[in-house]
Design a protein around this ligand. Structure first.
Ligand code: F6R
Length: 607
């Protein structure tokens, strides 16, 4: 989604702003721009398209800018098509702004301002904010901003410059992410730490409604009434190399390879006396004993991790679990009560639908437990309890290592819940936990077997549609496999519970429709094999993903992908890897834009 950056210091800022914007490219965008203090004017350069093909080319044609302060933006169109005019920064001769989020009452503001004589040239909601700031401007930026944000409805983070306040940046947020980075003799604003990680690891996190006034010497935070607020400095745990490709052709491939380390980082510090512990986020055994139901919400891959969680929790803890797509949760009047626990899963911690679901859960009075990968993100801050998944920055739009650690979180939760509720005794819980800690090695083994995925990829790359089937946990996992494939290779696919095929979908099967059967659950293996046989006899090309020791009938499987073995319960963690790598190599064979698939953005901050 949109990205915001800002710099004030003593260096020429054009290169820094463009570089910081490039660090945000992974989020997906359709136009980019910067506005800087040049002489006694604000100079704006913006263009539709990628930074290289649009903004940078335009900047190359300009006399080099000497400015030492400015703001920049990558836009992912919501209001108005991608165009030079709709690109940010947006404003006029005395005010310029960059904006993430959506202003819900922008039409009303626009009508009001038109009535006051303003005219509008873009189709954006952002222009209403820029002009409202101009209308409210009284010479005092923080007062003007406070008055303006009081009139805004919706979610936003804003970077603002005023011509009359040269070399100062102002910023404010509500629900959309924003940080203020601290350098030596220079300061930054950004919507995402990865934008400025190569310049600084120290940052402030403004809370909703707090206004930052940033100069090269530091930042002052004001509340809405103009009182100065003291804030703590945070230190980013991520290393700059984590946000670089490090020799891999794609971030996705790098992130697949990072999974063993991501899992270890997420699991190890949470194991206490051989059992997962949620003490760090204040979740006690007594609380776990008292919950009546568990609800899990998330979007896309995060929701799929929740599906794995449902199967595991219901299996070992014997408590009902409802998994919801976050965008559905809010509008279907969920039966969640204050006696339940709502688990929120999100890599970015900023997904608008997921954040709304969390807010609804809080309104209802349920306890909320977040699993987020970004410390200080909105969901991290908003949830009553939050446990960080420690995957490091995930740059590829297509989630891999973040999904893996979300699943790991679900296993830890399920084990502790089952233990706390007396469904698993200590010995059994410790046995599962120690097997869980062995998974990183098995994942490494899976990654090392890449030839099998490459071979299958070359066989399915020309398919226009395919099916994933599985039963039990294999079904929960195959949903993720199907999403990976369609997301990056643009081959349509669906995932089906193996037993459900015969109720309609099997009519689709012919020679053109490959079927990938995930068959890692020993107690369901013969059932899934029968489903494979059914589709094989109707002409499908079949790919069976199974354990090393599985007895596969070569008459029904055209290709077999074998995996190192562990307990049935934990197999999804292992089997996720071939599904990711199959999608990766298929997309590679089809020459797709793997890290930035069309139409997608990394963090979806609009509903
Ligand atoms: C798929 C993918 C998305 C995200 C979803 C939720 O590969 O990445 O489906 O999982 O948009 O994002 P977060 O986890 O940031 O809330």
């Amino acid at each position: 989604m949109c990205g915001i950056v800002g710099y004030v210091g003593e260096k020429a800022c054009e290169r820094i702003l463009v570089n910081a914007l490039k660090n945000l490219e992974y989020r997906g965008y359709d136009s980019a721009g910067i506005a800087v203090f040049e002489g006694d004017k604000i100079k704006t350069v913006k263009a539709k398209g990628s930074i290289d093909s649009g903004l940078s080319l335009k900047l190359d044609r300009e006399p080099s800018l000497k400015a030492v302060a400015g703001i920049g933006h990558t836009r992912w169109a919501t209001h108005g098509e991608p165009s030079d005019i709709n690109a940010h920064p947006i404003g006029n001769a005395r005010i310029s702004i960059v904006h993430n989020g959506i202003i819900e009452n922008y039409r009303k503001i626009k009508a009001f301002l038109i009535d006051k004589g303003y005219s509008f040239e873009s189709q954006t909601d952002t222009e209403a904010v820029a002009k409202l700031l101009d209308y409210n401007y009284n010479g005092n930026p923080t007062e003007t901003i406070a008055q303006t944000v009081a009139q805004l409805e919706g979610a936003y983070s804003l970077g603002i410059i005023f011509r009359e306040h040269k070399n100062k940046l102002f910023a404010v947020r509500k629900e959309s992410p924003l940080i203020v980075g601290i350098g030596r003799g220079e300061m930054y604003i950004a919507s995402d730490m990865t934008a400025i990680l190569e310049y600084t690891k120290e940052y402030y996190l403004p809370d909703a409604g707090e206004i930052a006034e940033v100069t090269r010497d530091g930042v002052t935070f004001f509340d809405i009434h103009g009182n100065v607020i003291e804030k703590e400095i945070n230190i980013a745990e991520w290393d700059v190399t984590a946000a670089q490709k490090g020799g891999y052709e794609h971030f996705m491939l790098k992130e697949i390879h990072e999974q063993p380390a991501a899992l270890k980082n997420t699991l190890t510090p949470r194991i206490s006396d051989g059992i997962p512990s949620f003490e760090e986020c204040g979740l006690t055994d007594e609380m776990l004993r008292n919950y009546k139901n568990i609800y899990i919400v998330g979007c896309g891959s995060a929701m799929h991790a929740g599906m794995v969680g449902k199967y595991v929790i219901e299996d070992i803890a014997r408590i009902p679990v409802t998994v919801d797509i976050a965008s559905e949760f809010k509008y279907r009047k969920p039966l969640l009560t204050k006696d339940d626990l709502l688990i929120i899963i999100s890599q970015s911690g900023e997904t608008a639908d997921t954040l709304s679901a969390l807010k609804l859960g809080k309104e209802i009075g349920a306890d909320t437990l977040a699993a987020v990968n970004v410390t200080g993100s909105s969901i991290d801050r908003e949830a009553k309890m939050s446990m960080k998944t420690l995957a490091g920055p995930e740059i590829s739009v297509c989630s891999t290592k973040a999904y893996m650690v979300q699943c790991a979180f679900m296993y830890m939760f399920a084990l502790r819940l089952a233990y706390a509720r007396g469904r698993l005794d200590e010995a059994k819980c410790k046995e599962y936990t120690s097997k869980l800690l062995e998974i990183p090695e098995l994942i490494q083994e899976c990654i090392d077997r890449k030839e099998q995925y490459q071979r299958v990829a070359s066989k399915i790359m020309n398919a226009s549609s395919l099916l994933y089937i599985g039963r039990g946990l294999d079904y929960a996992l195959s949903m993720e496999g199907s999403l990976k494939l369609k997301e990056i290779s643009y081959i349509h696919s669906e995932s089906y519970a193996g037993g459900e095929l015969k109720h309609g979908t099997i009519s689709l099967i012919d020679e053109e429709m490959p079927v990938i059967a995930v068959a890692t659950q020993t107690y369901l293996y013969s059932k899934t094999s029968s489903n494979v046989e059914q589709v094989k006899s109707r002409g499908a090309k079949t790919i069976v993903i199974c354990r090393d020791g599985a007895d596969v009938n070569s008459n029904i499987a055209d290709y077999v992908v074998r995996l190192p073995e562990t307990d049935d319960l934990l197999m999804p963690l292992v089997a996720a890897v071939p599904l990711q790598m199959l999608a990766y190599y298929t997309a590679l064979d089809r020459q797709c834009s793997i890290d930035k698939p069309r139409n997608l953005a990394k963090s979806v901050t609009v509903e």
